[in-house]
Design a protein around this ligand. Structure first.
Ligand code: GSH
Length: 207
């Protein structure tokens, strides 16, 4: 099977290690699925929009399907590798629930810590995020991983939780910070991060 993902050739340094192709690089590494990276420039339009309608990265294709949105792609990969999700229906359903929860119910609010102002709306979003992180911590409990074993749910959640480190928010939730650290300690995560950083090291703006 030939798998391709798209990634940016270059991004500003503050985004190094955070561009969302990292989610797919990590999942594909865990699954042991070889893939090619199609490098594009930020602002790519034209034919790329048929692959990713918003001009964003990552997009994905294999021999059977072409798709975009990291959550959808992670769930697609989970169907292809037992390394990425349980095979029984309830386990699968829980993985899907947590992938969408990471991206809808946590990341949406986490963005305010990264991009928000001091207005009332941003303040309310911060309050909701803290409530959600507390609830997430309770749901995780003493488990190592969200559904008990490692899955794409943890990839999605760890990637979102990483966005909350620099603001100091995550340190207030020790179980969640430990989940993040467990994820980042996995060899496939480390390899994925090194591979993304190597692309940026090899290119300059305007290449
Ligand atoms: N919801 C999308 C978001 C993708 C996304 O935000 N990609 C960023 C890079 S991390 C991007 O392409 N930004 C450039 C842009 O939006 O024009 C997904 O999860 O795939």
């Amino acid at each position: 099977m030939t798998i391709q993902i798209s990634a940016f050739r270059w991004v500003p340094e503050m985004a190094h290690g955070y561009v969302k192709d990292l989610r797919l690089r990590w999942a594909l590494g865990e699954a042991g699925l070889p893939f090619e990276v199609v490098l594009i420039d930020h602002g790519s339009g034209g034919s790329y929009l048929a692959w990713q309608p918003f001009g964003q990265v990552p997009a994905y294709r294999d021999d059977e399907v072409e798709m975009f949105e990291t959550g959808a792609i992670l769930l697609h990969l989970a169907e292809r590798s037992p390394a990425l999700a349980p095979t029984e229906p309830q386990g699968r359903a829980q993985v899907a629930s947590w992938v969408l929860a990471a991206l809808n119910s946590i990341e949406t609010f986490a963005q305010v810590f990264i991009n928000g102002d001091d207005g009332d709306f941003a303040q309310r979003m911060r309050e909701v995020l803290h409530q959600r992180l507390g609830q997430l911590s309770e749901a995780l409990g003493d488990k190592d991983w969200l559904v008990g074993r490692f899955s794409v749910a943890d990839i999605a959640m760890v990637m979102v939780l990483r966005e909350l480190v620099d603001s100091g928010v995550l340190a207030r939730y020790p179980r969640l910070d430990a989940l993040r650290q467990r994820g980042e300690a996995r060899p496939a995560f480390k390899a994925a991060l090194a591979d993304q950083l190597a692309v940026f090291a090899a290119h300059k703006p305007g290449d």
